[in-house]
Structures are given as structure tokens and as C-alpha cells.
Design a binder for this molecule. Structure first.
Ligand SMILES: [Zn+2]
Length: 403
């Protein structure tokens, strides 16, 4: 049985010091805690709700495997081909690798993850099955959402759409899509197919959209039309949406307004090698903005830790943000923004919310983003699972969790 937990002297979101009480795995009014309640001293640290990784690829990380010597060409197609070859030749076990990434990022305080998971005609739905195994193994500690993701395209590879359905039947939570124009070469048909699938199974949609400039804008308009037609307010996310950073001001603003009005969220990683989306304008316009690590330590890119507080710093850096209010905003994107974008309803630090939080040793939220302290305490549903940045093996036995 989980004991209730009283956390003395913490500062929610960097505000005034208070005590937080977690009863039956949920944040509760302090009231009169049971005298047998477990108590920890928060030492005035900042308390954030568990960080939200809103976009990663758990099935493709190479954490703990041999170093991958990257000789991959520069185009997206080169990388997709290399990615498929690596799956064949390196023996990337999606079950084991996804567990490794979940454990690595839990130590940073990531308690909610949305992962795109490859579905294609070579591997079928094996990777989805592997990540479903990890989702079950971590149930109660980390929530994992699985996007059935047609990384290699869908229209040009016969049988992929049927595999997407199989993936949903096998436990995928969300219908994924990919560059409807540059990869699929038929935006209307691609988007019609994935929205029809979402409608059939009552699932949300999450689309990788790297399309540039006006081509990307056109695809965004098609997505808005379909989200509206199916009343998918709050259930559609566009990942990357680089085009938003490549348009003239008026066009940019009207698209952002259209996305916000349709309840479509945008995920941005703040990549140094891609166009920066106008973060400030997006947030001012009421658009829901989330962030994620994308692939970490894989064949696409060799780096990345999966720390969403560090990600907040990258967002600030990519957008030239240095003042405290902006840094605080990037931290919010990596917790509340992500939570709203991926549809969490019991998220936060107020009574009734799930008792998932991370304690950070910093004086202000801006300082937390700037220096990203690693000595964090992480609490999952009222249980302390990470102390001083180290996972407690009682909760995270590698063998038991499949890593
Ligand atoms: Zn991605």
C-alpha cells in the first residue's frame, strides 16, 4: 500500500513556500494529515508537476548500445533509409530500448511521455508491441502514450495503412502522420486517410510536419479543415511546424490564429538546425505549445538526454530569450503546455491532480531553466522514486522493467 506523503517547505512553480500533501496518489488539501504520514523536507526547493516529454521516439534510441558511427547523408530521405537499415542490422529491441529511455528521463522528472513509434512494412507493428510492453511495465510511475507513426510513408508503401490499424488494435493511442507533401506527395489523400482512421477509432492525431514555407502553410490549412470537420478540438497536434517560422508576418499570424481557434497544439523542440517558430507570438495568441526531445541518441542524431528542463533552456536559446519571464514561460511549455497538448486532465499541483512532481534546487524558475540542476527529487503518485537525481532501484529494477 502507498503511504500518504507530506512534502514540507516547497515552492510550487517557484512561488511562495508551502507544504504539499499527497493522499492516495493525488494532491490533496493539507488539512490534518494522518499522523502516520510519511514526511520529507523540501528545503525550499521549487516544485513542478512531473515534466512532460510531448514528442520522442522511444523505439529508436541507442542508449546503452554500441556507439553508432554516423555516416548518414544530409537529407530526410537519407536518414529514413539509414533508420530502416539500422533497425534491420543493429538489433534495436524496441522493448528494451524504450525502457532504457523511460528510466533515464524519469531521473530528470519526466513522468509523462508521448512517443511516436514506427510502423512500416518491414517491421510491421513489432515496435509498437515492444513499447506497449514498456508502457505496462512502468504503469503507475510513468505514463506513456503511443503514436502509430508511418515514418517511411504510407501512401507509397502498400499495406502501411492496414498496419496502422493493427497498431491501434495492439494498443497505440494516437494516429500519426508524416509530411503529407514532401514524403507522401499527396497531402489531401494522406490527411484524409489518417483523419478517417482517427475518426473510426476515436483517437487523437499527431502529425510530423517539416514541410517548408507556403507548402507547410497549405498543409496546416488542410489539417485545420479536417480537425474542424471532425470536431477534434484539443485532440490534434502538429509536431515541428517549421513553416510557421518561414512566413511573412501577416500570413504567420493568421495561421497561428487559425490553429489556436481550432484547438490544435504545436510541438517544437527548438532545434538549432531548423527554422525557429515564433514562440512568443504563438503563446500570446493562445496556441497550446508543447515541447519534446525528438529522437535521443539514435541514428538520426547522436545527442540528447531527454531532460525536459534542459529542453526549456534550448527553447529559450533558440528564440533568443534571456529575460526571466520568458525563461519561466519555456519551463511552463515543458510541463503545463505539454500536458494540455497531449490531453492530460488531472495534471498540476492543485488538489485532485495526480501526485507526480519534481523538486528542483534553484532559487527561481528562470534559474532552474538556466542551470538545470541534476540533483532532483522525483515523486510519482506520492512515492519518492528519485533521490538526488538517482533512481531508487526498489521502483526501477532494470530487469523487472525490461531495460
Ligand atoms: Zn519526431
Amino acid at each position: 500500500m502507498i503511504k500518504d506523503l507530506l512534502i514540507r517547505n516547497v515552492r510550487p512553480m517557484g512561488g511562495a513556500a508551502t507544504d504539499l500533501y499527497i493522499r492516495d496518489g493525488r494532491v490533496a488539501e493539507p488539512g490534518n494529515p494522518d499522523t502516520t504520514v510519511r514526511e520529507i523536507d523540501g528545503r525550499g526547493q521549487i516544485a513542478l508537476p512531473g515534466l512532460v516529454e510531448a514528442h520522442t521516439h522511444l523505439d529508436k534510441t541507442l542508449i546503452g548500445m554500441d556507439w553508432f558511427e554516423n555516416r548518414v547523408g544530409p537529407t530526410r530521405n537519407d536518414r529514413i533509409l539509414a533508420d530502416r537499415k539500422a533497425k534491420r542490422e543493429l538489433g534495436i529491441d524496441a522493448r528494451r530500448q524504450s525502457a532504457r529511455q523511460v528510466m533515464q528521463t524519469l531521473a530528470f522528472g519526466v513522468t509523462h511521455i508521448r512517443s511516436h513509434v514506427d510502423v512500416d512494412t518491414e517491421i510491421g507493428i513489432a515496435n509498437v508491441e515492444g513499447v506497449v510492453g514498456t508502457r505496462e511495465a512502468f504503469r503507475g510511475l510513468v505514463d506513456v502514450q503511443i503514436v502509430a507513426f508511418p515514418q517511411s510513408g504510407m501512401l507509397g508503401r502498400e499495406g502501411t495503412l492496414a498496419l496502422m490499424e493493427d497498431a491501434i488494435e495492439a494498443g497505440a493511442d494516437i494516429v500519426g502522420g508524416i509530411d503529407p507533401a514532401t514524403i507522401e506527395r499527396d497531402p489531401v489523400r494522406h490527411l484524409d486517410a489518417i483523419f478517417a482512421l482517427a475518426d473510426k477509432y476515436a483517437k487523437p492525431v499527431d502529425i510530423h510536419l517539416h514541410e517548408p514555407g507556403e507548402l507547410g502553410a497549405f498543409c496546416l490549412e488542410l489539417i485545420v479543415e479536417r480537425a474542424r470537420a471532425l470536431s477534434l478540438q484539443g485532440r490534434v497536434m502538429v509536431s515541428h511546424a517549421y513553416c510557421l517560422g518561414m512566413l511573412e508576418a501577416q500570413r504567420q499570424r493568421s495561421l497561428i490564429d487559425a490553429l489556436a481557434a481550432a484547438g490544435i497544439a504545436v510541438m517544437t523542440v527548438g532545434s538549432p538546425s531548423a527554422p525557429a517558430v515564433p514562440l512568443g507570438l504563438m503563446r500570446q495568441s493562445g496556441l497550446v505549445v508543447a515541447s519534446g526531445s525528438d529522437g535521443i541518441q539514435g541514428t538520426w542524431e547522436p545527442w540528447g538526454s531527454g531532460d525536459m528542463l534542459e529542453r526549456a533552456k534550448y527553447l529559450a536559446q533558440r528564440n533568443g530569450m534571456t529575460n526571466d519571464a520568458d525563461l519561466e514561460e519555456t519551463a511552463r511549455i515543458c510541463c503545463f503546455g505539454g500536458a494540455e497538448a497531449i490531453g492530460l486532465t488531472d495534471y498540476g499541483l492543485t488538489p485532485g491532480c495526480r501526485g507526480d512532481l519534481v523538486l528542483i534546487d534553484a532559487r527561481t524558475l528562470a534559474e532552474a531553466v538556466a542551470i538545470t540542476p541534476r540533483n532532483r527529487t522525483v515523486i510519482c503518485r506520492g512515492r519518492v522514486v528519485v533521490n538526488d537525481g538517482i533512481l531508487d532501484s526498489q521502483f526501477c529494477d532494470e530487469k523487472q522493467r525490461g531495460a
